[in-house]
Design a protein around this ligand. Structure first.
Ligand SMILES: [Cu+2]
Length: 143
């Protein structure tokens, strides 16, 4: 085998290893972002039912069809359903989670700007599904 050079193979192996490390790191980061609920996140209980959403804040405040939150805070949604499967969606903040009777699904978000956003149901849940909408109001912090 004299005169045979291995360097193209080693470059190939190096590139493949680098790609695998990169894909692994990206996947790990994505997983971390999805799973890592900030410790100070306020819990908001979200209940879906035909055909509206209700919200309950940690201090017991309840809202129907609209949800008021503060800019710069983190919120953890605990999502359930009273009847059939729904899906809780805040399109502008890429919040999307199924609301299933008998179990609690969680998803978190942290609004960054003051404004209004649509809340909707993304699972066909019966006759008036199209009207199962709500409004998210992101407001300036009160204190
Ligand atoms: Cu629906």
């Amino acid at each position: 085998m004299s005169g045979h050079s291995n360097w193209p193979e080693w470059i190939y192996v190096g590139v493949v290893i680098a790609l695998m490390v990169w894909v692994g790191a990206e996947a790990w980061e994505a997983e971390r972002l999805v799973d890592h609920v900030p410790a100070d996140a306020e819990v908001i209980k979200v209940m879906g039912q035909q055909w509206f959403w209700t919200f309950e804040h940690e201090d017991g405040t309840k809202e129907i069809g609209e949800l008021h939150v503060e800019k710069g805070k983190a919120y953890k949604f605990e999502i359930e359903s009273k009847d059939v499967n729904h899906s809780f969606n805040i399109h502008d903040y890429v919040v999307l989670m199924d609301a299933i009777p008998g179990r609690v699904n969680t998803v978190w978000f942290a609004p960054t700007d003051v404004g209004e956003h649509d809340i909707q149901c993304r699972e066909y849940c019966g006759l008036i599904h199209y009207n199962m909408r709500g409004k998210l109001y992101v407001e300036e912090p009160s204190s």
